[in-house]
Design a binder for this molecule. Structure first.
Ligand code: SP5
Ligand code: ZN
Length: 372
């Protein structure tokens, strides 16, 4: 399988994130993508290639140009405004209750981007856990190019291709970044596929978290079906979206399927949810599926609470490929660094119909038998 990778992600060099007001060692670090890259290289069955520049148009086809400008300027603005922090996070968010009772006209006038970069970060951001540094914008642009180059490979005739996107994307909405995500790589890819093919596209999101950004972007669209298996937002980020009763509106009514799972979800639970998700995708026409692939569903993930083992990734990859559709597979989350490479190898080999044996050189033995 062809793998698209760019070293530009290394510039998004994060060591701290803020969680509930406290600085903690960052989860979404450069080592993640390097672990996956080196495992796929060691496998020998994957061809790595660099992305090509696709410009800004495919991004603004999905995102607010104001978000693009903010992300481009944020770091230099932080510096020129005398903010000497190692990373930028918001000072204040425009909580909806701040404007309670105001008319839509008053809102239109008053709720706007301020000049201070801590306010700008609050205007465009969802949470404090997506630190922005000097190389973030270039890395986020490269991750989009990785996704779009993966699309090119698949539309060019490959049955499946994998984009090693970093930073990830599925929490980024049309006019919002957050959750370690800046541009929504999968949404940009899905939209580009609809434009290039005129077909309907499905997004299968198997990251542990609900992809609130992807859901928001396609909420009213009938041409992109979003199907996600994730931790119930009752107990997990992004908390305010991801429930089963969110099904889309307008042209998009019935095109959004959320499958929230309880803590401790097992391989068997997960495979059952996978079959439900795949049924919803098989029910609509289209020849391409975009997969938002996360490994934070793994049993040892530091921010997840599912109990999956490496074997189930091989089986999920196999079942997704059995849809018989072409696959644009894009990396989202997954934070247990020792297992990331093996989990990615297992999933992608499953998707290619190849068997999976742990690599002794991986220095990590996942173990565990597949259930269900
Ligand atoms: C792409 C992706 O997977 N984004 C996830 C964003 C999650 N942000 C919230 C992180 C909360 C971490 N909580 C740490 C608890 C440790 N026990
Ligand atoms: Zn996640």
């Amino acid at each position: 399988m062809q793998v698209v990778y760019s070293p530009a992600h290394l510039g998004h060099d994060i060591d701290t994130e803020t969680v509930m007001g406290l600085g903690i060692p960052a989860n979404e670090v450069a080592e993640r993508a390097e672990k996956i890259r080196s495992a796929l290289e060691a496998d020998g069955g994957f061809d790595l290639t660099g992305p090509t520049d696709h410009g800004e148009d495919p991004i603004t086809a999905v995102h607010d140009p104001g978000l693009v400008r903010f992300l481009e300027e944020a770091w230099s603005e932080a510096r020129s405004q005398g903010i000497g922090r190692p990373f930028l996070a918001a000072d204040t968010y425009p909580n909806r209750a701040m404007f309670e009772g105001m008319s839509p006209e008053a809102m239109e006038r008053l709720v706007r981007e301020p000049r201070h970069v801590g306010g700008r970060a609050g205007f465009w951001g969802l949470d404090t856990a997506a630190p922005l540094v000097a190389g973030t914008y270039v890395a986020a642009r490269a991750a989009v190019d990785v996704a779009l180059t993966t699309v090119d490979l698949v539309l060019g005739g490959q049955t499946a291709a994998y984009g090693l996107c970093r930073p990830p994307g599925h929490h980024a909405a049309r006019a919002m970044y957050g959750g370690y995500c800046f541009f929504n790589n999968a949404a940009i890819a899905a939209h580009a596929i609809t434009q290039a093919t005129g077909e309907r596209v499905a997004i299968l999101d198997v990251d542990y978290h609900h992809g609130n950004g992807s859901q928001q972007i396609f909420w009213r669209r009938g041409d992109v079906r979003y199907v996600s298996i994730h931790a119930d937002p009752e107990r997990q980020y992004p908390f305010f979206l991801g429930r089963a009763d969110e099904t889309g509106e307008g042209e998009g009514a019935g095109e959004n399927l959320n499958i929230p799972l309880a803590a401790g979800a097992t391989n068997a639970d997960y495979l059952e949810a996978t079959d439900r998700a795949l049924e919803a995708i098989a029910a609509v026409p289209g020849s391409v599926v975009v997969v938002s692939l996360g490994f934070d569903t793994y049993g040892l993930d530091p921010i997840g609470d599912f109990a999956l083992t490496t074997d189930v990734y091989h089986e999920v990859g196999r079942r997704v490929a059995a849809l018989g559709r072409r696959l644009v597979i894009l990396q989202e989350g997954g934070y247990h660094r020792p297992s990331l490479g093996e989990n990615a190898r297992a999933w992608l080999r499953g998707a290619e119909g190849r068997d999976f044996d742990p690599l002794p050189s991986a220095g990590f033995s996942p173990g565990g038998a597949v259930a269900g």
